[in-house]
Design a binder for this molecule. Structure first.
Ligand SMILES: NC(=O)c1ccc[n+]([C@@H]2O[C@H](COP(=O)([O-])OP(=O)(O)OC[C@H]3O[C@@H](n4cnc5c(N)ncnc54)[C@H](O)[C@@H]3O)[C@@H](O)[C@H]2O)c1
Length: 391
């Protein structure tokens, strides 16, 4: 069988994420073995363009993605620009018939997500969202144990995420601090967690009640480690209850200032309980070394403990697995965990429902934010990844 043709990639947004995760894949000749060739990079910042040119002999462009796509005709656009630029750039690629791998969140709003999904329907190309948390070995173990019904049918889920102070505050110092740029932590950060919940439960979220507060980071805070610019308008403490179509309720919280970083998870099912703790970093930033443990306590029978090895690498090894799966199509990643555009839309819509509920005090229907997606026959059922295109 003939080897597939190596793809040609363009990348938009040569900032931190790009330099840490995607650009280093490409060698001095702009070729990444098993992946393909980098043919163009766009960034609005001339310094970033100069840094790219110093390393690779590829054409660089400003923020006009359409010109880049027309001039260089890549097979795929990797979107690593800030969140507020995603929707327009994804749609530019789709209208040029160019495949898209976009960083999370897919878009800033549910309305933008609807436009992306509609554009995908009219394009020969598809969108995949880099929801890298799906590729963490711990998360795949949790998914397998839930899918295998080790605790029966999930009934309630509790996910409490926290950030250590330096990381939490960083969102208030960069572009994320403005809702117009990031959607707030409930979009730019929690979309990771909302996608995990949707994927673990293999269901679509139906309604959300939520609350948001600014507790920790303020321009007038009495200690320097909590002071942030006056134009920050996002919350640092989030709480939500998400009800799924199948009836599961997920209780979610995020605090942007805690003594350690990661989450505690408990899933209560009809036949038992599953718990785990994903500790990324203690407050001092030191790396944890010990493996993860997932505890399953069935209603009948002895408790079971599953050990999952702690991997090294960016995002606890998740990024390398994601690149293997989404760009190398490696046989080492036999299961398809791809987040589609519809999956990306639901992760964003939960965040927006939380924002709206917090502002208005009401329970917000997620489907009401995604009327076009819900009305489309291909997406009517919550079946997993119904939108994936046949290649
Ligand atoms: N999956 C993850 O774990 C993860 C981690 C970090 C960041 N991200 C995502 O990656 C994206 C980039 O984040 P970052 O931390 O690298 O931000 P960044 O600010 O470091 O980099 C963004 C780059 O995009 C450029 N840019 C701004 N507007 C642009 C436009 N319209 N067109 C082209 N380039 C533009 C900026 O000049 C900058 O160089 C965000 O969407 C973020 O949410 C994901």
């Amino acid at each position: 069988m003939a080897e597939p043709r190596p793809l040609r990639y363009a990348l938009s947004g040569a900032g931190k994420r790009a330099w840490k995760t995607y650009l280093p894949l490409f060698g001095p000749d702009a070729y990444a073995p098993g992946i393909g060739t980098l043919v163009a990079v766009a960034d609005i910042d001339p310094e970033q363009r100069a840094a790219v040119t110093a390393r690779w002999q590829v054409p660089t462009f400003g923020g006009d993605i359409r010109s880049m796509l027309a001039a260089t005709r890549p097979d795929m656009l990797i979107v690593t620009a800030p969140d507020h630029a995603h929707a327009e750039q994804i749609q530019a690629a789709l209208s040029a018939g160019v495949e898209v791998l976009t960083e999370k969140p897919m878009t800033l709003s549910a309305a933008q997500a609807e436009s992306v999904v509609a554009a995908e329907r009219g394009s020969p190309a598809s969108v995949r969202v880099a929801h890298n948390m799906r590729y963490l070995n711990l998360h795949q173990t949790v998914k397998r144990l839930l899918d295998e019904r080790t605790i029966g049918q999930p009934v309630q889920l509790h996910l409490a995420y926290r950030l250590r102070p330096g990381h939490g505050r960083s969102y208030f110092l960069r572009w994320h601090r403005r809702t117009e740029s990031s959607g707030g932590l409930q979009i730019t950060k929690s979309c990771h967690h909302f996608d995990l919940l949707n994927w673990w439960l293999a269901d679509r979220p139906q309604e959300v009640a939520g609350w948001t507060r600014r507790v920790h980071y303020r321009p007038d805070a009495d200690t320097a480690d909590r002071q942030v610019p006056a134009d920050a308008d996002i919350a640092d403490v989030l709480s939500a209850v998400i009800r799924y179509r199948g009836g599961v309720t997920a209780h979610y919280s995020l605090s942007a200032r805690s003594s350690w970083e990661g989450y505690t998870l408990t899933v209560l099912g009809t036949e038992g309980e599953l718990t785990t703790r994903y500790e990324v970093e203690p407050a001092d930033g030191a790396r944890r070394a010990e493996d993860y443990t997932v505890e399953v306590s069935p209603l009948s029978g002895p408790p079971r403990s599953y050990t999952v090895s702690r991997e090294t690498g960016r995002h606890s090894g998740a990024d390398a697995h994601m690149i293997d799966a989404l760009l190398r199509h490696s046989a080492a990643q036999p299961e398809d965990h791809t987040a589609t555009a519809v999956d990306g839309a639901y992760a964003v819509a939960v965040g927006e429902a939380l924002t709206r509920s917090a502002a208005g005090g009401a329970v917000v229907a997620v489907d009401g934010l995604l009327p076009g997606i819900c009305a489309h026959p291909a997406h009517a059922e919550p079946a997993w990844a119904t939108t994936r295109k046949e290649s």
